[in-house]
Design a protein. Structure first.
Length: 331
Protein backbone atom coordinates (compact mmCIF):
# COMPACT_ATOMS: atom_id res chain seq x y z
CA UNK A 1 0.00 0.00 0.00
CA UNK A 2 1.13 3.56 -0.69
CA UNK A 3 2.04 5.59 2.40
CA UNK A 4 1.92 9.38 1.98
CA UNK A 5 4.00 11.47 4.39
CA UNK A 6 3.40 15.28 4.42
CA UNK A 7 6.55 17.39 3.94
CA UNK A 8 5.16 20.89 4.41
CA UNK A 9 6.90 21.84 7.66
CA UNK A 10 10.49 22.89 8.48
CA UNK A 11 11.54 24.43 5.15
CA UNK A 12 13.88 27.38 4.82
CA UNK A 13 13.57 30.08 2.15
CA UNK A 14 15.82 32.55 0.41
CA UNK A 15 14.52 35.23 -1.95
CA UNK A 16 17.55 34.58 -4.13
CA UNK A 17 18.60 31.00 -4.86
CA UNK A 18 22.11 30.20 -3.65
CA UNK A 19 23.89 27.31 -5.37
CA UNK A 20 25.25 26.24 -1.99
CA UNK A 21 21.71 25.49 -0.73
CA UNK A 22 22.02 22.00 -2.23
CA UNK A 23 24.98 21.15 0.04
CA UNK A 24 24.92 19.50 3.47
CA UNK A 25 26.97 22.25 5.14
CA UNK A 26 25.03 25.23 3.78
CA UNK A 27 24.87 28.24 6.13
CA UNK A 28 21.19 28.89 6.99
CA UNK A 29 21.78 32.09 8.96
CA UNK A 30 20.45 34.39 6.22
CA UNK A 31 17.40 32.26 5.31
CA UNK A 32 13.98 32.31 6.93
CA UNK A 33 11.90 29.39 8.21
CA UNK A 34 8.68 28.82 6.26
CA UNK A 35 5.78 26.38 6.06
CA UNK A 36 4.24 25.31 2.77
CA UNK A 37 2.27 26.42 0.84
CA UNK A 38 4.36 29.57 0.45
CA UNK A 39 4.79 32.51 -1.92
CA UNK A 40 8.09 34.12 -2.78
CA UNK A 41 6.80 37.66 -2.25
CA UNK A 42 3.68 39.21 -0.77
CA UNK A 43 2.38 42.11 -2.82
CA UNK A 44 0.78 45.29 -1.45
CA UNK A 45 -2.84 46.16 -2.17
CA UNK A 46 -1.88 49.33 -4.03
CA UNK A 47 0.39 49.91 -7.04
CA UNK A 48 3.55 47.81 -7.17
CA UNK A 49 6.20 46.62 -9.61
CA UNK A 50 5.57 43.05 -10.76
CA UNK A 51 9.32 42.44 -10.64
CA UNK A 52 9.10 42.00 -6.87
CA UNK A 53 7.85 38.43 -7.40
CA UNK A 54 9.64 37.73 -10.70
CA UNK A 55 12.65 36.27 -8.93
CA UNK A 56 14.63 33.03 -8.81
CA UNK A 57 14.18 32.00 -5.19
CA UNK A 58 15.36 29.00 -3.20
CA UNK A 59 13.80 26.46 -0.82
CA UNK A 60 15.56 23.85 1.30
CA UNK A 61 14.44 21.00 3.57
CA UNK A 62 16.38 18.42 5.55
CA UNK A 63 14.58 15.12 6.12
CA UNK A 64 15.20 11.52 7.14
CA UNK A 65 13.86 8.26 5.74
CA UNK A 66 13.29 5.27 8.02
CA UNK A 67 15.41 2.21 7.21
CA UNK A 68 12.28 0.04 7.24
CA UNK A 69 11.46 1.47 3.79
CA UNK A 70 14.63 0.14 2.16
CA UNK A 71 12.67 -2.47 0.18
CA UNK A 72 10.14 0.07 -1.07
CA UNK A 73 10.17 2.62 -3.86
CA UNK A 74 10.32 6.24 -2.70
CA UNK A 75 8.94 9.32 -4.47
CA UNK A 76 8.72 13.01 -3.68
CA UNK A 77 5.55 14.67 -5.01
CA UNK A 78 5.03 18.40 -5.57
CA UNK A 79 1.44 19.55 -6.02
CA UNK A 80 2.40 22.98 -7.44
CA UNK A 81 5.64 24.94 -7.90
CA UNK A 82 5.63 28.20 -9.87
CA UNK A 83 6.92 28.40 -12.50
CA UNK A 84 10.18 26.63 -13.33
CA UNK A 85 11.43 24.26 -10.65
CA UNK A 86 14.91 22.77 -10.54
CA UNK A 87 15.03 20.07 -7.88
CA UNK A 88 18.17 18.85 -6.12
CA UNK A 89 18.65 15.96 -3.71
CA UNK A 90 21.87 15.56 -1.74
CA UNK A 91 23.77 17.84 -4.10
CA UNK A 92 22.51 16.21 -7.32
CA UNK A 93 20.14 17.79 -9.82
CA UNK A 94 17.25 15.32 -10.26
CA UNK A 95 14.50 17.18 -12.12
CA UNK A 96 13.41 20.29 -14.02
CA UNK A 97 9.67 20.98 -14.18
CA UNK A 98 8.32 23.78 -16.37
CA UNK A 99 4.73 24.61 -15.48
CA UNK A 100 3.36 26.24 -12.35
CA UNK A 101 -0.08 24.65 -12.64
CA UNK A 102 0.59 20.92 -12.79
CA UNK A 103 1.72 18.51 -10.09
CA UNK A 104 4.84 16.39 -10.62
CA UNK A 105 6.73 13.64 -8.87
CA UNK A 106 10.26 12.26 -8.86
CA UNK A 107 11.42 8.80 -7.89
CA UNK A 108 14.34 9.06 -5.46
CA UNK A 109 14.63 5.36 -4.53
CA UNK A 110 18.27 5.09 -5.66
CA UNK A 111 19.28 8.54 -4.41
CA UNK A 112 17.87 8.74 -0.90
CA UNK A 113 20.12 8.17 2.12
CA UNK A 114 18.98 5.93 4.97
CA UNK A 115 22.07 6.30 7.15
CA UNK A 116 22.03 10.11 7.38
CA UNK A 117 19.78 13.10 6.72
CA UNK A 118 18.84 14.09 3.18
CA UNK A 119 18.91 17.60 1.71
CA UNK A 120 16.10 18.53 -0.69
CA UNK A 121 16.55 21.91 -2.40
CA UNK A 122 14.63 23.79 -5.09
CA UNK A 123 15.35 26.69 -7.34
CA UNK A 124 12.00 28.33 -8.25
CA UNK A 125 11.92 30.81 -11.11
CA UNK A 126 9.07 33.28 -11.43
CA UNK A 127 10.70 35.15 -14.30
CA UNK A 128 8.84 35.32 -17.60
CA UNK A 129 9.94 32.73 -20.15
CA UNK A 130 8.30 32.43 -23.56
CA UNK A 131 8.39 28.61 -23.64
CA UNK A 132 6.80 28.12 -20.22
CA UNK A 133 3.02 28.36 -19.69
CA UNK A 134 1.37 30.79 -19.07
CA UNK A 135 3.98 33.22 -20.39
CA UNK A 136 4.39 34.42 -23.97
CA UNK A 137 3.57 38.14 -23.68
CA UNK A 138 -0.18 37.51 -23.30
CA UNK A 139 -0.51 37.21 -19.51
CA UNK A 140 -2.97 39.64 -17.92
CA UNK A 141 -2.67 38.42 -14.33
CA UNK A 142 -0.04 37.98 -11.64
CA UNK A 143 2.26 34.96 -11.85
CA UNK A 144 3.47 34.56 -8.30
CA UNK A 145 6.48 32.32 -7.65
CA UNK A 146 7.14 29.72 -4.98
CA UNK A 147 6.09 26.29 -3.71
CA UNK A 148 2.40 27.12 -3.39
CA UNK A 149 1.15 23.52 -3.16
CA UNK A 150 1.74 20.73 -0.68
CA UNK A 151 4.74 18.41 -0.87
CA UNK A 152 4.66 14.71 0.04
CA UNK A 153 7.07 11.84 0.45
CA UNK A 154 5.41 8.70 -0.88
CA UNK A 155 6.45 5.18 0.08
CA UNK A 156 5.23 2.70 -2.54
CA UNK A 157 5.52 -1.05 -3.11
CA UNK A 158 7.78 -2.30 -5.90
CA UNK A 159 4.66 -2.75 -8.06
CA UNK A 160 1.85 -0.22 -7.70
CA UNK A 161 -1.16 1.31 -9.47
CA UNK A 162 0.17 4.36 -11.26
CA UNK A 163 -3.05 5.68 -12.78
CA UNK A 164 -6.69 4.85 -13.51
CA UNK A 165 -8.46 6.49 -16.44
CA UNK A 166 -12.27 6.46 -16.33
CA UNK A 167 -14.65 7.12 -19.22
CA UNK A 168 -18.44 7.10 -18.80
CA UNK A 169 -20.87 7.01 -21.72
CA UNK A 170 -24.53 7.89 -21.25
CA UNK A 171 -27.03 6.77 -23.93
CA UNK A 172 -28.10 9.41 -26.47
CA UNK A 173 -31.77 8.75 -25.73
CA UNK A 174 -31.40 9.70 -22.05
CA UNK A 175 -32.49 13.27 -21.28
CA UNK A 176 -32.09 14.74 -17.79
CA UNK A 177 -35.36 15.60 -16.02
CA UNK A 178 -34.86 18.83 -14.07
CA UNK A 179 -38.18 18.41 -12.24
CA UNK A 180 -36.95 15.23 -10.54
CA UNK A 181 -33.21 15.75 -10.09
CA UNK A 182 -32.56 12.73 -7.87
CA UNK A 183 -34.62 10.33 -9.96
CA UNK A 184 -32.47 10.46 -13.09
CA UNK A 185 -31.30 6.87 -13.46
CA UNK A 186 -29.75 5.35 -16.56
CA UNK A 187 -27.68 2.51 -17.89
CA UNK A 188 -24.16 3.65 -18.77
CA UNK A 189 -20.99 2.31 -20.29
CA UNK A 190 -17.97 2.33 -18.01
CA UNK A 191 -14.55 2.09 -19.67
CA UNK A 192 -11.35 1.87 -17.64
CA UNK A 193 -7.63 1.88 -18.32
CA UNK A 194 -5.46 0.88 -15.39
CA UNK A 195 -1.70 1.47 -15.57
CA UNK A 196 0.59 -0.61 -13.37
CA UNK A 197 4.12 0.54 -12.61
CA UNK A 198 6.94 -1.89 -11.89
CA UNK A 199 5.47 -5.18 -13.10
CA UNK A 200 7.65 -8.14 -12.21
CA UNK A 201 7.36 -11.89 -12.13
CA UNK A 202 4.52 -13.34 -10.08
CA UNK A 203 0.79 -13.85 -10.15
CA UNK A 204 -1.07 -10.54 -10.34
CA UNK A 205 -4.79 -9.88 -10.13
CA UNK A 206 -6.86 -6.69 -10.34
CA UNK A 207 -10.31 -6.23 -8.83
CA UNK A 208 -12.60 -3.31 -9.67
CA UNK A 209 -15.31 -2.17 -7.22
CA UNK A 210 -18.01 0.50 -7.54
CA UNK A 211 -19.87 2.28 -4.74
CA UNK A 212 -22.21 5.27 -4.42
CA UNK A 213 -20.31 8.01 -2.59
CA UNK A 214 -21.96 9.44 0.52
CA UNK A 215 -20.47 11.69 3.16
CA UNK A 216 -22.15 12.85 6.38
CA UNK A 217 -19.74 15.78 6.76
CA UNK A 218 -20.90 17.25 3.44
CA UNK A 219 -24.55 16.33 3.98
CA UNK A 220 -24.69 18.09 7.37
CA UNK A 221 -22.73 21.21 6.42
CA UNK A 222 -25.28 24.06 6.62
CA UNK A 223 -22.95 26.30 4.58
CA UNK A 224 -23.25 23.94 1.60
CA UNK A 225 -26.20 24.39 -0.83
CA UNK A 226 -29.05 21.98 -0.12
CA UNK A 227 -28.92 20.31 -3.54
CA UNK A 228 -25.28 19.38 -2.95
CA UNK A 229 -25.90 18.20 0.61
CA UNK A 230 -28.74 15.94 -0.54
CA UNK A 231 -26.49 14.26 -3.12
CA UNK A 232 -24.27 12.91 -0.33
CA UNK A 233 -26.81 12.18 2.40
CA UNK A 234 -26.75 8.50 3.40
CA UNK A 235 -30.46 8.54 4.28
CA UNK A 236 -31.54 10.04 0.94
CA UNK A 237 -34.01 7.83 -0.92
CA UNK A 238 -31.80 7.63 -4.02
CA UNK A 239 -28.79 6.57 -1.93
CA UNK A 240 -30.69 3.95 0.07
CA UNK A 241 -32.08 2.41 -3.11
CA UNK A 242 -28.91 2.69 -5.18
CA UNK A 243 -27.84 -0.80 -6.24
CA UNK A 244 -24.25 0.32 -5.66
CA UNK A 245 -24.81 1.67 -2.15
CA UNK A 246 -22.35 -1.01 -0.95
CA UNK A 247 -18.99 -1.77 -2.52
CA UNK A 248 -19.88 -3.92 -5.55
CA UNK A 249 -17.40 -6.05 -7.48
CA UNK A 250 -17.50 -5.20 -11.19
CA UNK A 251 -14.55 -7.22 -12.43
CA UNK A 252 -11.74 -9.53 -11.41
CA UNK A 253 -8.92 -9.86 -13.93
CA UNK A 254 -5.71 -11.84 -14.01
CA UNK A 255 -2.75 -9.65 -14.95
CA UNK A 256 0.31 -10.79 -16.90
CA UNK A 257 3.69 -9.06 -16.89
CA UNK A 258 3.75 -8.41 -20.64
CA UNK A 259 1.69 -5.20 -20.57
CA UNK A 260 1.41 -2.49 -17.94
CA UNK A 261 -2.07 -1.48 -19.16
CA UNK A 262 -5.29 -3.31 -18.29
CA UNK A 263 -8.58 -2.36 -19.94
CA UNK A 264 -12.08 -2.94 -18.68
CA UNK A 265 -15.22 -2.24 -20.71
CA UNK A 266 -18.59 -2.92 -19.15
CA UNK A 267 -22.07 -1.60 -18.49
CA UNK A 268 -23.65 -0.51 -15.24
CA UNK A 269 -27.40 -0.15 -14.74
CA UNK A 270 -29.57 2.25 -12.79
CA UNK A 271 -26.81 4.69 -11.87
CA UNK A 272 -27.72 8.22 -10.80
CA UNK A 273 -26.57 10.92 -13.19
CA UNK A 274 -24.29 13.76 -12.14
CA UNK A 275 -25.70 17.22 -12.84
CA UNK A 276 -25.44 20.72 -11.40
CA UNK A 277 -28.85 20.06 -9.79
CA UNK A 278 -27.78 16.67 -8.39
CA UNK A 279 -23.99 16.31 -8.21
CA UNK A 280 -24.07 12.58 -7.45
CA UNK A 281 -20.67 10.89 -7.25
CA UNK A 282 -19.52 7.30 -7.25
CA UNK A 283 -16.28 5.85 -5.94
CA UNK A 284 -14.30 3.37 -7.98
CA UNK A 285 -11.74 1.24 -6.17
CA UNK A 286 -9.01 -0.64 -8.02
CA UNK A 287 -7.21 -3.26 -5.90
CA UNK A 288 -3.98 -4.94 -6.98
CA UNK A 289 -2.95 -8.35 -5.66
CA UNK A 290 0.31 -10.23 -6.00
CA UNK A 291 0.31 -13.95 -5.21
CA UNK A 292 -3.13 -13.47 -3.58
CA UNK A 293 -1.86 -10.73 -1.25
CA UNK A 294 -3.17 -7.17 -1.58
CA UNK A 295 -0.28 -4.82 -2.36
CA UNK A 296 -1.99 -1.60 -3.50
CA UNK A 297 -5.32 0.10 -4.08
CA UNK A 298 -6.47 3.34 -5.68
CA UNK A 299 -9.79 5.12 -5.10
CA UNK A 300 -11.26 7.64 -7.55
CA UNK A 301 -14.47 9.68 -7.27
CA UNK A 302 -16.32 10.46 -10.46
CA UNK A 303 -19.76 11.12 -11.88
CA UNK A 304 -21.81 9.66 -14.72
CA UNK A 305 -22.55 12.53 -17.07
CA UNK A 306 -22.37 13.69 -20.67
CA UNK A 307 -21.05 17.11 -21.62
CA UNK A 308 -20.76 18.12 -25.26
CA UNK A 309 -20.65 21.21 -27.47
CA UNK A 310 -22.72 21.33 -30.66
CA UNK A 311 -23.09 24.09 -33.23
CA UNK A 312 -26.09 25.52 -31.39
CA UNK A 313 -24.50 25.47 -27.96
CA UNK A 314 -23.51 23.36 -24.96
CA UNK A 315 -25.45 20.26 -23.87
CA UNK A 316 -25.31 18.68 -20.42
CA UNK A 317 -26.83 15.21 -20.12
CA UNK A 318 -28.44 15.57 -23.57
CA UNK A 319 -30.29 18.81 -22.81
CA UNK A 320 -29.24 22.28 -23.92
CA UNK A 321 -27.61 24.10 -21.04
CA UNK A 322 -26.66 27.77 -20.96
CA UNK A 323 -23.36 28.36 -19.21
CA UNK A 324 -23.25 31.59 -17.22
CA UNK A 325 -20.02 32.58 -15.57
CA UNK A 326 -16.60 34.06 -16.06
CA UNK A 327 -12.94 33.14 -16.10
CA UNK A 328 -11.40 32.98 -12.64
CA UNK A 329 -7.71 33.88 -12.62
CA UNK A 330 -5.58 31.98 -10.15
CA UNK A 331 -4.13 35.24 -8.83
Amino acid sequence: MIKQIPMCDSWTFSLNFNKNMILDDYDLSNDIAVTLPHTAAETPLNYFDEKIYQVVCGYRKVFSVDKKYKNNRIFVKFMAVAHVADVYLNGEHICTHKNGYTAFEIEITDKVRFDKENVLALSCSGTEQDNVPPFGHVVDYMTYAGIYGNVYLEIRPQTFIEDVYIETIIPNEFVYNENKPFENLTQAALNLKVKINGLESGKFEEKIFLKRFADDAIAQDVNTPLSIREAFAKDLHSVINDIYKENTLLSSMQKDSESDITQFKGKVKNVSVWDHLSPVLYELTCVLYKDDEEIDEKKIRFGFRKAKFYKDGFYLNNRKFKIIGLNRHQS
